[in-house]
Design a protein around this ligand. Sequence first.
Ligand code: ATP
Ligand code: MG
Length: 432
Amino acid sequence: MAQKLVAVKGMNDILPPDSARWEWFEDKVRGLMRRYGYANVRTPIVEPTALFVRGLGEVTDIVEKEMYSFADSMNGDQLTLRPEATAGIVRAMVEHNALYNGPLRVWTMGAVFRHERPQKGRYRQFHQIDVEALGYAGPDVDAEQILMCRALWRELGLVEGEDVRLEINSLGQSEERQKHREALIAYFEAHAPLLDEDARRRLHSNPLRILDSKNPAMQAMVEAAPQLTSFLGETSLAHLDAVRAILDAAGLPYRVNPRLVRGMDYYNLTVFEWVTDKLGSQGTVCGGGRYDGLFEQLGGKPTPAVGWGLGVERLLLLLEAVGPAIEPPVPDAYAVIPDAAALPVVMRALQALRDAGVKVQMHSSSNADRGSMKSQLKKADASGARHALIFGADELAQNQVTVKSLRDGSGQQVMQPLADVSTWAATLQSLT
Ligand code: ATP
Ligand code: MG
């Protein structure tokens, strides 16, 4: 036998029965987006490398060490597998002048790629739900997006405050960050012996990122560093207060975390994360914030915007740990067909049932022997179907089928006509 091929490290196959949880989750997300008026968009998985270097910032973890970048073997173009969705969406909006008629609320769902050390909740290909409100400046939309996350948690059966908690912060505007930056550099310089290599490298390029350091040896020093909050002007503070007032009125508890900075450089004003302590160090399920400068940075007109991204694998791990059990979907009916000669007639009837909305699984086998009536009925039972459709010789001679109840304990059998399945198809369907 030829040698087996395996998936690329850190990239997962999603197979049944696990895929049922994915579909269940995706259905909930689609419903949520419709209720909040967000329209679906889809952008390419591969983008010019420059998009992310310019969009995310050169001195970010993602751009420095996590991108899958390569030269197009045909023309040498520098390309990158998208490490996140926002930059591509903004590129598309600018390219198509899509905000010409006014602001847009959009969302997407798909694979993103980061070259990280694979571990539980951290993969090299993973999936994000990404939600963006483009062209809106007000704190109402920031709050809408945060509350939208809460609505999703509730629908998924997660308990806020227990399974997931909200942290928010304001990153202010660039002049405020500039002043804070100067104060930070002065502070870190005064504590230079305590800085690790990463921090020393970032001291002048991106000192704010040092606040995000996970090095335990630096924690105490980092915690005492000057906080951006004390550099925020009136307008920035008012924006944060307005977001908070809406969250307060909605009864949503949160913690203002002055050290929350997020992993991309494009954020300003509101930033937020939904965190859990049930997934070890992979504790951030969802994060987002305002990025009013990104459109201009990518060659567009100044356009205020706010968005969030959710890690689907992490959320599903959390749901597995604390959420409701998800039963894989089962067929309404399983077709038992002992005689292969009957297949043309039977399959025509099954088609009519499916056209009427019934979920039908047909008995098939791996060899010419289809198996006895008895063994097929066993398969019907194992399939989880609520009914067996028995296409035996006697039934077919009368142009009928026997419908046998498999789940209600009655074992009841009823003959139904094949001539007009629409009159009885509904009796096979489950309510869900
Ligand atoms: P972290 O601090 O855990 O690396 P991040 O700040 O890099 O997260 P974002 O860029 O904000 O993450 O991406 C949004 C979400 O995507 C995260 O909150 C997380 O749930 C998920 N995520 C990020 N990186 C990975 C990964 N390598 N594998 C799986 N999910 C991920
Ligand atoms: Mg990261």
